[in-house]
Design a protein around this ligand. Structure first.
Ligand code: PLP
Length: 287
């Protein structure tokens, strides 16, 4: 059985799935998205991703296309039809199809909804975590509302390409004051030279990562100290450990910044332990 996508109320073969050329997501980047990790066919951190979806939509004044409950059923059905047990579910909601005009269509049109599901090779992902990954740094050049998870990802795409061309896996944006904001598709963390966990606070212009948030709960539950405050690339290079978090990367150790090793250049024990704890928690609470 081939891959199946969901497009505006219908499950269709992936190869035939399409939206109209005047969809405002395609024309103007006028839309948002969410990504859920799938464990054993279930949606991880479901509530957090739904809450952020609703917030992103409301900030852009796009209506929620259906209830949370209905969306959960559709996402699960998409996962089931694709026979994916371990993977990622992608949901995109745009303002809909309308004659091209920057201002919103009036009266409003129905939002466009697309879902795709991809399989993850967990053994390969675990091997990558065990080896650790490199990051490169790049100047922060995104807009001022990175808290909204919009489909406008051009700076992120360019940053990720820079990483790939350098043999790295992620790019960390660095703001005008020299502090890391976040990765192109992940939040950034260090275990500083004193052994304290540190990640950028969400008053900064970053995405409020759902994985970040759950991991903060896990960390506090373990009685570990964590500071939500900025760090520089040099802080990361002087740190004991670094890692990134996201629905795709889960908790992934970082072993180099711009080609220079962090500590002895291998994943640290805290990052590896947090990866295990996060995955256990995500599996337990997946729906
Ligand atoms: N920051 C950015 C820019 C992202 O695109 C993502 C995920 O796609 C994250 C952080 C991590 O967010 P989450 O943990 O909710 O997947």
């Amino acid at each position: 059985m081939g891959r199946i996508a969901y497009v505006n109320g219908r499950f269709v073969p992936h190869g035939q799935a399409s939206v109209h050329i005047e969809d405002r997501g395609y024309q103007l980047g006028d839309g948002v998205y969410e990504v859920w990790a799938i464990f054993s066919g279930k949606l991880a951190d479901a509530e957090g991703h739904f809450a952020r979806l609703e917030r992103s939509l409301s900030e852009l004044r796009i209506a929620m296309p259906m209830s949370r409950r209905a969306l959960t059923l559709v996402l699960r059905e998409a996962v089931r039809r694709n026979r994916v047990t371990e993977g990622l579910a992608y949901l995109q909601v745009t303002r809909g199809v309308a004659k091209r005009d920057h201002a919103f269509p009036n009266p409003p049109v129905p939002p466009s909804v697309v879902i795709t599901v991809n399989r993850t090779d967990r053994a390969a992902a675990d091997a990558r975590a065990a080896a650790g990954v490199g990051v490169v740094t790049t100047p922060e050049n995104r807009w001022g509302r990175c808290d909204i998870k919009t489909v406008n990802l051009l700076p992120n795409a360019l940053a990720k390409q820079k990483a790939r061309e350098a043999g790295a896996v992620e790019a960390w944006f660095v703001d005008d004051l020299g502090f890391v904001t976040e990765g192109a598709s992940s939040n950034a963390w260090i275990v500083d030279r004193d052994g304290r966990l540190r990640t950028r606070d969400t008053n900064a212009n970053i995405l409020r990562g759902v994985t970040r948030n759950t991991l903060l709960e896990v960390i506090r539950g373990e009685g570990l100290d964590v500071d939500e405050r900025p760090f520089t690339p040099d802080d990361a290079l002087a740190a004991r450990e670094a890692f990134i978090t996201g629905a795709g990367s889960l908790v992934l150790p970082v072993v180099s910044v711009d080609g220079k090793p962090i500590a002895n250049g291998v994943p640290g024990p805290v990052a590896m332990r947090l990866r295990r704890l996060y995955i256990d928690r995500a599996k337990e609470t997946a729906i």
